[in-house]
Design a protein around this ligand. Structure first.
Ligand SMILES: [Zn+2]
Ligand SMILES: [Zn+2]
Length: 186
């Protein structure tokens, strides 16, 4: 993972509007090997990140299992939602679906030495951050309405999917753009 992605995630989390989802883990927190099955629906609203803005119109559906593994709570499951994003080249609205695997561990705040990514506090475990992080990490950075999308003419602004313009030599070559992205990220 590049530092760039990490940075944009840290900047974004504050923009999420989230209904805080806390799971009561008092039934499993004292018993090694104990399990809770979870099935939740949580709402995320919109989010801006460096590659564009993403709107979450439907709630996130989350299903999985929390298990006490020697005092560490392990989460295994899936989160799924639909979202709206603009095509990177032509700005057309796209409705997309994302399903992410959740596989994380929560350390008690009492035992955390500052290294744990996710923690739980006594009997409550907060799932928001895990869900937000997992979705952000798995969102494609450049979303296209279609691989062959021609985008706008950089010269006159014509949408080249809808028609051509007279500035022939200035047309964006999708292959060239891919190459440009390749060098940017490698
Ligand atoms: Zn497009
Ligand atoms: Zn043009």
């Amino acid at each position: 993972m590049t530092p760039w992605i990490l940075l944009s995630i840290m900047k974004c989390v504050g923009l999420f509007e989230v209904i805080i989802v806390k799971v009561d883990i008092s039934d499993i927190v004292k018993t090694d090997g104990a399990i809770i099955e979870i099935e939740l629906v949580e709402k995320l609203k919109s989010l801006n990140f460096e590659a564009g803005s993403v709107t979450f119109n439907s709630p996130v559906r989350l299903a999985g299992r929390l298990m006490n593994v020697s005092g560490i709570i392990s989460l295994k499951g899936y989160a799924e939602t639909e979202y709206e994003v603009e095509c990177y080249r032509c700005l057309k609205n796209l409705n997309r679906n994302i399903k992410v695997k959740l596989e994380e561990e929560f350390v008690s705040t009492k035992k955390d030495d500052g290294e744990a990514v996710y923690t739980y506090d006594s009997n409550l475990l907060d799932l928001d951050k895990v869900v937000v992080d997992s979705i952000l990490l798995n969102l494609p950075l450049r979303q296209l309405c279609n691989e062959a999308c021609k985008g706008f003419c950089p010269n006159c602004g014509t949408n080249l999917n809808e028609g051509s313009c007279s500035c022939k030599d200035e047309k964006i070559n999708p292959q060239m753009e891919k190459l440009k992205d390749f060098f940017k990220f490698n």
